[in-house]
Design a protein around this ligand. Structure first.
Ligand SMILES: NC(=O)c1ccc[n+]([C@@H]2O[C@H](COP(=O)([O-])OP(=O)(O)OC[C@H]3O[C@@H](n4cnc5c(N)ncnc54)[C@H](O)[C@@H]3O)[C@@H](O)[C@H]2O)c1
Length: 334
């Protein structure tokens, strides 16, 4: 499905973080719809390095890119020499997705260094190339601010959320000084869909619960999960937002959610229905403090500026997602 009238054929497109979940979906979107586009994926891919929480330091996986025929550069956004390679290419569009995407990394230095420092480079690159820059911000910038979450009312409560909040501030300042460069930040809410499997424990609860059910177990949820509501958004709608953001009337930062909060219990129930089983639900205490218990994106500005209209309800998104959930079941994570 093509989301905009813009013709990306013959355009040169950079996708940082292109071996990850959202980035690889973007890469295939362009490949499938604009065969004459030149797509460059820049990603450090996964190494074996882990954070103190036991999770990998980066989740880019070659299996997300099997079938991708564009260019691939393995590079680290923390390494100026790696970024220098990109200076040999002039880009029309830059989608900056690379980041430490794990919201439970508490080593502030590495999160800020990775997510913030390189952002200055991407801003400069966009300006010098006269490219449109679309970058990933996050609903984590809102912390526990009440719903509906609105642009301008952020209060991050973890290092990851703060790093994205800082990026938004930097982008706003940069935009005001460089009015000819289009810079659009997208605050993704809880994204689920194909090519997220290799994020392991940080993948969405949709695939994690799906695999518990396929294993013949009751889905495991925090106690009170019928009252923990989030704005879950399907990957196709996130790609829609990235594409339409290129045509945004203004630079700025915008929410990307459905605008409709749903519970974790809803996910478990829809999955069991789609998978044709009913194991009930197993509940356990929520070990986390600072846990977002209600998110709901106010998407009025996204609609106004670039006609963003989510197409997928949770029911429709999960239905569409089931074949991938089944395909990845018991797939080795390495
Ligand atoms: N998935 C979500 O629900 C969600 C929600 C809000 C915001 N986001 C943001 O969207 C973007 C994409 O998220 P995702 O879910 O695809 O995550 P992801 O972890 O799958 O993708 C991020 C990619 O960046 C790469 N990367 C990490 N550190 C790097 C480095 N130092 N140098 C080069 N590459 C590096 C990883 O290898 C990975 O491929 C991220 O910026 C994330 O913070 C995601």
């Amino acid at each position: 499905m093509v989301y905009s009238d813009a013709n990306f054929n013959n355009k040169t497109i950079l996708i940082s973080g292109g071996a990850g979940f959202i980035g690889s979906n973007l890469a295939f979107y362009f490949q499938e719809n604009y065969p004459e586009s030149k797509i460059v994926v820049f990603d450090c891919f996964r190494s074996e390095a882990t954070f103190s929480n036991g999770n990998l330091q980066s989740f880019g996986h070659y299996k997300n890119l099997i079938g991708f025929t564009g260019d691939i550069i393995c590079g680290n956004i923390n390494n100026p020499t790696d970024l220098e390679i990109l200076n040999n290419i002039k880009f029309d569009y830059i989608f900056h997705q690379a980041a430490i995407s794990d919201t439970r990394v508490y080593d502030q230095e590495i999160v800020m260094r990775t997510n913030i420092n390189s952002f200055y480079w991407f801003l400069e690159k966009a300006k010098n190339d006269n490219a449109t820059l679309v970058y990933a911000s996050s609903a984590a910038t809102y912390g526990s601010m009440p719903s509906p979450q609105k642009i301008g009312f952020e209060s991050p409560d973890n290092p990851y959320g703060y790093s994205k909040y800082a990026m938004d501030q930097i982008a706003a300042k940069y935009s005001s000084l460089n009015r000819n460069t289009k810079i659009v930040g997208l605050k993704f809410f809880n994204v689920y869909g194909s090519r997220e499997y290799f994020k392991g424990k940080t993948s969405s609860m949709v695939i994690q619960l799906g695999h518990q059910i396929l294993n013949g177990h009751a889905p495991r949820l925090f106690e009170g999960s019928d009252k923990i509501l989030r704005d879950f958004i399907f990957i196709d709608d996130v790609i829609q937002a990235n594409i339409k953001a290129c045509e945004s009337t203004n630079s700025g930062v915008f929410n990307v959610g459905t605008g409709i909060p749903r519970s974790f219990q809803n996910i478990a129930d829809i999955l069991q229905k789609e998978l044709g089983c009913n194991y009930g639900t197993e509940y356990f205490p929520n070990p986390y403090s600072g846990y977002q218990t209600h998110t709901q994106a106010d998407i009025s500005l996204s609609e106004e500026n670039f006609n963003f209209k989510p197409n997928f309800s949770l029911e429709k998104g999960i239905k569409e997602y089931i074949p991938y959930i089944k395909e990845m079941f018991n797939m080795p994570l390495d």
